[in-house]
Design a protein around this ligand. Structure first.
Ligand code: CTP
Length: 403
């Protein structure tokens, strides 16, 4: 199949600590077949040397507008015309303000005025700077002018604070820039369950578990980045919902079961990552239970097994389940895969507080006739690796069997 030519990308690097992540963005853009030229602000060049970007892009890096030697090569107007896309990562509060004001006081802002290519910004700054009305107004103004934004994301920041302001990950920027046409799940519909369920005992109490939903949410973002149309059926989450994903809230096993079946039509891939309660109280009390008696017994009944029900359907999507095990990880997970009739199972060692509720995890992924071990790593990275493996298995890629 002939590959479509990838766009020529002009990457602007502003002065923020996230500039180091843009090195990886250059590598990923080049892996995707893009020609990349880098322009840095003075601040950007204070964080990462132009030489690093020159080595990664294979092209000279420019910082100054009034650089006679560089201008005699490709001048700034030619550079602005050369670009099919412009991406600025990190886009600092100052850079966003200068772009909103239409300033042309350095090479990067001049190029943004001189180009007709679409512009994408990946903002990165301290949370208070991001929330400042001036930054928000500049941001809105740029969006009204057709500038697109990716991120910022929420989480821990280099300055020690937690909140919105972290630059989007390079893979998310790549996806926002090149669109879904580049991913292994392009055009596929993916349905994912995530998070715990809460099974009511009375109006204020429930039976729940320690799941935060982080893995399922990371899988939804990874599937989105791989080009899929993603729906996430989720219980009460301890992490923010990812952008660009259709979310359906379902707090109990039965509600999650109903939501999954309602949205199953046309789905190509189902991933059951939720920690669904296996039992629920038979008859939740209508009123808050009083502590009249010295003890009490709550009678439990089985909940529907969502994963097994999806796997039993015909026709059915490619089905991937999780197995939370404390002993005999591989044997129990393989038995679970066969019993539930799923195509692939990702086994988690949940003994002694591992995996559940944590940021990092390791997985053993099993399928009929093969397996792969993913060592301990952040759940975001793990999710992207798992989605790549699933996509390869769905495509019947023999190489995925042998690794
Ligand atoms: N699962 C589900 N619906 C349920 C229970 C579990 O869809 N009612 C899914 C989970 O999302 C996960 C997989 O089944 O993908 C395995 O869940 P786990 O709790 O590890 O296994 P169980 O099937 O509950 O088996 P057991 O508790 O006996 O280990």
């Amino acid at each position: 199949m002939e590959r479509q030519a990838q766009p020529r990308v002009l990457l602007g690097v502003g002065g923020g600590i996230a500039a180091y992540k843009s090195c990886e963005l250059v590598r990923r853009l080049r892996d995707a077949g893009c020609e990349v030229r880098v322009v840095m602000t003075r601040g950007g060049a204070a964080f990462v040397t132009p030489l690093s970007f020159q080595a990664l892009s294979g092209q000279p890096v420019r910082v100054d507008l009034l650089d006679a030697e560089a201008e005699s090569g490709m001048d700034h107007i030619a550079l602005a015309r050369w670009a099919d896309r412009v991406v600025i990562a990190p886009a600092t509060a100052d850079l966003i303000a200068r772009l909103a004001a239409g300033l042309a006081d350095d090479l990067l802002t001049t190029l943004c005025l001189a180009t007709e290519a679409p512009i994408l910004l990946a903002p990165a700054m301290n949370r208070v700077m991001w929330e400042h009305p001036a930054t928000q107004a500049n941001h809105r103004l740029l969006e009204q002018r057709g500038v697109r934004m990716v991120g910022p994301e929420s989480g821990g920041q280099a300055c020690g604070e937690t909140g919105a302001g972290r630059m989007a990950e390079p893979r998310s920027i790549l996806h926002a820039l090149l669109g879904s046409a580049s991913g292994p799940l392009t055009g596929q519909r993916v349905l994912i369950t995530a998070g715990p369920t809460q099974e009511p005992i009375d109006p204020v109490r429930f039976i729940g578990n320690r799941s935060s939903g982080r893995m399922g949410v990371a899988l939804a973002a990874a599937a989105r980045d791989a080009g899929a149309e993603v729906r996430l059926v989720h219980g009460p989450l301890g992490v923010p919902l990812p952008a660009g994903v259709q979310a359906v809230a379902a707090d109990t096993a039965e509600a999650m079961h109903a939501a999954v079946l309602e949205h199953l039509e046309g789905v190509d891939l189902f991933i059951g990552a939720a920690a669904v309660a296996d039992y629920r109280p038979r008859a939740p009390a209508d009123q808050k239970l009083k502590k009249d008696a010295p003890g009490m017994t709550v009678e439990l009944v089985r909940t529907p097994d969502i994963l097994a029900d999806v796997a039993a359907r015909r026709p059915r999507p490619f089905v991937v389940g999780f197995a939370a095990e404390t002993t005999r990880l591989r044997e129990n997970a393989r038995a679970k895969m066969e019993r539930k009739g799923v195509d692939m199972i990702a086994a988690n060692d949940v003994s002694a507080g591992r995996a559940i509720g944590r940021q990092e995890n390791s997985l053993v992924v099993l399928w009929p006739g093969g397996e792969r071990l993913f060592p301990e790593q952040p759940k975001g990275d793990l999710a992207h690796a798992l989605i790549a493996l699933i996509a390869a298995r769905m495509a019947g890629d023999a190489e995925a069997d042998t690794n």
